[in-house]
Design a protein around this ligand. Structure first.
Ligand SMILES: NC(=O)c1ccc[n+]([C@@H]2O[C@H](COP(=O)([O-])OP(=O)(O)OC[C@H]3O[C@@H](n4cnc5c(N)ncnc54)[C@H](O)[C@@H]3O)[C@@H](O)[C@H]2O)c1
Length: 444
């Protein structure tokens, strides 16, 4: 099938490459000319396992094209995906300006019936707004063309995006149109062979499904973080508690890891956006507000541990930081906990010596060159001359470090572990002070 994808970011690029791989002809359109030119040269703008060979293979085969020419994309695709960003606007609602700009573009150039697919995460009612926008432009052009607006939210996880798109656990399609449903079935047929994965519903329910999924996951994390904070006060170990509750199949082991807060491009903004949506319809979202508040507090936790350990005197202290991305296997630093920590450390006069397997360029892009940020080439070199070590991201590379080296290199043998990677029962007999999240010992 002929498909256009607007927005070549984490979602658009992965979705486009995966669709091309099964034989669809995909034209990717982005307003970022540098990104488009780089992609044509084989330079992939994001780190995502397995993505580079997939893009290269399909680009060379001619099934995947990159362009800034929106008209080309609109004319090419029977199916038009909108996969642009929906960042928070000033009050935390999802900002729909990019989605509506694409809708306008599609309406400006379309000359035949189209199926417009909202792949971006958008508030309930957005498909109606997209349809109104398209209808208004077509009317102004004086043309009458059929179109459907379908909601098809994306559930991929950064760090496993290619695998998630190739083997989705569900494909949610929101539409009331039989024609649109059958075209979407045809598009996704290669991904629907093992068993029925399409869940077809009305548009509004599909739009809400995406927010409900992310808010549920964020709620699990904030719940565990609240338990962890309580465990710290009560002298319990949250890691034991985690195993004790996860063994109940009604609870399960997934997504109940305590830590230094959730980040990324989705959970923080989607929880916030659903809170605003609820408020706009006169509903008080008590639980969601708390999920957000608990997470905000949790992101301050590592800094408060470090600050208390050094009795509030961080001026000139060098802090080794392992992990900058908001989670492993990605270079994405949007709303990452590491950013809150670094910015607090800098405000207190400390120097950060940071290492991340993939997010160093992104850190440089965000913070530029500054005297109190040293980006180090290895996790070991980040320890040199440092006073303490903080772990912010659970990359595999950090899971079994050389503790002797850590102890010898740091001026204070202390680890602040924002992801509970290490066992205090092993570290403390070796003379390394250990502060995890909810491990029965508070530094305060
Ligand atoms: N990143 C994720 O893990 C994830 C997962 C599921 C859903 N989502 C949702 O998918 C959407 C996209 O997220 P992302 O992380 O891929 O964003 P992103 O910021 O990585 O990419 C967005 C791209 O859209 C481009 N763009 C902006 N305006 C455009 C226009 N008018 N025409 C063409 N291109 C335009 C930008 O230049 C950018 O390349 C968001 O709504 C997000 O909430 C993201």
């Amino acid at each position: 099938m002929k498909v256009a994808v607007f927005g070549i970011g984490y979602v658009g690029l992965v979705q486009a490459a995966v669709l091309a791989e099964v034989g669809h002809e995909v034209v990717c359109v982005d307003v970022n000319a540098e990104r488009v030119e780089n992609l044509k040269k084989g330079i992939i703008p994001i780190y995502e396992p397995g993505l580079t060979p997939l893009v290269e293979r399909n680009y060379e085969a001619g099934r995947l094209q990159f362009t800034t020419d929106a008209e080309l994309g609109v004319k090419h695709g029977k199916i038009q995906f909108i996969a642009v960003g929906t960042p928070p606007d000033e009050d935390g609602s999802a900002d729909l300006q990019y989605v509506l700009a694409v809708a306008k573009t599609i309406a400006t150039y379309m000359e035949s019936p189209k199926i417009i697919v909202d792949k971006s995460t958008v508030p309930v009612g957005t498909a109606d707004k997209v349809a109104e926008c398209i209808a208004a432009v077509l009317k102004a052009r004086g043309v009458s063309l059929d179109f459907d607006v379908v909601s098809n939210p994306e559930f991929l996880k950064e760090g496993a995006a290619v695998a998630d798109c190739q083997r989705p656990d569900r494909i949610v399609i929101g539409t009331d149109s039989a024609i649109a449903e059958s075209k979407m079935r045809e598009l996704y047929a290669p991904f629907n062979r093992n068993h029925e994965k399409l869940i077809v519903m009305d548009v509004r329910s599909a739009e809400l499904t995406k927010y409900a999924a992310n808010c549920m996951l964020a709620t699990k994390i904030s719940f565990m973080n609240e338990m962890a904070n309580l465990a710290e006060k009560l002298g319990a170990d949250i890691e034991k508690v985690r195993l004790g509750i996860g063994s109940d199949p009604r609870i399960g082991y997934h997504f109940i890891y305590p830590g230094c807060g959730y980040g990324g491009s989705c959970f923080p903004k989607d929880v916030q956006a659903l809170v605003r949506t609820a408020e706009k319809v006169g509903y008080t979202p008590e639980l969601l507000r708390s999920v957000e508040a608990v997470n905000g507090r949790q992101k301050e936790k590592l800094f408060s541990h470090v600050q208390s350990y050094f009795n509030g005197d961080l001026a000139g202290k060098r802090i080794a930081l392992w992990g900058l991305s908001f989670k492993p296997n990605t270079d994405d630093m949007r709303d990452a906990s590491s950013r809150v920590l670094m910015e607090n450390l800098w405000a207190a006069g400390a120097i950060v010596q940071a290492y991340d397997p993939e997010a160093m360029n992104e850190t440089q892009r965000i913070y530029g060159t500054r005297a109190d940020l040293n980006l180090m080439g290895t996790k070991e070199s980040a320890l040199n001359g440092a006073d303490a070590l903080v772990v912010c991201t659970e990359w595999n590379a950090f899971k079994a470090p050389d503790f002797d080296l850590i102890k010898e290199t740091l001026s204070h043998a202390v680890i602040f572990d924002g992801r509970n990677l290490y066992d205090p029962a092993i570290l403390e007999p070796q003379g390394i002070a250990y502060y995890g999240i909810g491990r029965g010992r508070s530094v305060e």
